[in-house]
Design a protein around this ligand. Structure first.
Ligand code: CO
Ligand code: ZN
Length: 333
């Protein structure tokens, strides 16, 4: 069984891109007891290290930032105007609850002169219950960011929550890190600013110079009504990425992951993400280049505040990350 309390805690920690400090502290509290060293780098990436004896380094990376909204203006009636932090669809951002770091809560809506379907970031606004500019400005400043509030909804084997992207992978990496036994130095990196352009993983990989990086993120699926064709299904296991728009994973790295899974009876599926990049690509291009691959957790409704995963895939991802760390032979050029 998985650690549900840890998962809920990690899913709900505040941490939009560039403001990951709270999420970093929460994650640190779970990995520190199992690490030889834990630190944040200059960008804010959280890095937990377990020392091995092989002289090899394996890096795992999961991004801890989340998409959100950033305040650009406050009007005379106290309504907030916002812009997106990362890939936020304005139409599915209306009629939502949001929360700021200081606990200020609000709700979103759109200018009703036009239809909901025509909502853009420019016509979306946040109502924090204030009646004047002064009252609102006392609670929220220009540049502050809010995230979508939401619940942890259990539906059989499925769980829905905002920010499965990518906190479900952060939780999987926490679970794997605290139970893995590796001969290699293991670097568990919880990266910043993935959602705004894969900004954290590259500098982390540059500094660590791992023999291999395995990122862990969410990926899409093809098992909901009338969606774009994709072979990935919820409940069929963690995925081994072949390609996304940031990376083509070397065959040797894919074979390494598939063999590690097959030896232990871990369920996996092949994944090709038609659009969207991941830290996998940023790590691949860091320094002189890094062997880089990715294990993903199939997710429905990515970047909507009801992202849905299957617990069995989560557990398979934990097992596969642990398996990769426990392999004696890492892929070589
Ligand atoms: Co994302
Ligand atoms: Zn992600």
């Amino acid at each position: 069984m998985y650690d549900k309390e840890m998962l809920k805690h990690v899913l709900s920690a505040y941490g939009p891109s560039g403001r990951e400090e709270t999420a970093s502290e929460v994650i640190k509290s779970y990995v520190a007891p199992y690490a030889d060293e834990v630190y944040n780098d200059r960008l804010g990436n959280l890095i937990a290290v377990k020392k091995g004896t092989s002289g090899k380094k394996i890096m795992f990376s999961a991004h801890m930032d989340q998409i959100g909204l950033c305040v650009v203006d406050i009007d005379e009636k106290g309504f907030l105007r916002v812009t997106n932090v990362g890939g936020v669809n304005p139409i599915i951002s209306i009629a939502r609850e949001v929360v700021f770091k200081n606990g200020t809560r609000g709700v979103t809506f759109f200018e009703t002169e036009k239809g909901a379907k025509e909502t853009t970031m420019a016509t979306l606004f946040v109502d924090i219950g204030c009646e004047s500019y002064e009252e609102a400005a006392a609670k929220v400043d220009i540049g502050d960011m809010c995230i979508f509030a939401g619940n942890f909804v259990e539906m059989g084997n499925k769980i829905s929550s905002p920010y499965m992207d990518d906190r479900i992978a952060c939780a999987a990496l926490i679970e794997a890190f605290r139970t893995m036994k590796s001969e290699h130095d293991v670097y568990a990196v919880f990266t910043v600013q993935e959602e705004v352009g894969l900004r954290g993983a590259g500098p982390a990989a540059f500094a660590i110079e791992p023999d291999i990086n395995i990122s862990c993120d969410v990926c899409g699926m093809g098992d909901i009504p009338n969606c774009v064709r994709m072979s990935v299904k919820l409940g069929e296991g963690a995925t081994v990425k072949a390609m996304d728009s940031s990376v083509i994973v070397p065959v040797k790295v894919r074979e390494f992951l598939k063999n590690a899974a097959d030896k232990r009876g871990i369920k996996w599926q092949n994944e090709i993400l038609r659009s969207g990049g991941t830290d996998t690509g940023a790590a691949q291009r860091a320094g002189k280049g890094t062997f880089s691959g990715c294990v993903s957790i199939p997710t429905r409704y990515i970047h909507a505040p009801i992202e849905t995963i299957d617990v069995r895939d989560y557990e398979a991802a934990v097992a596969l990350l642990r398996a990769a760390a426990e392999e004696k032979e890492l892929p070589r050029v």
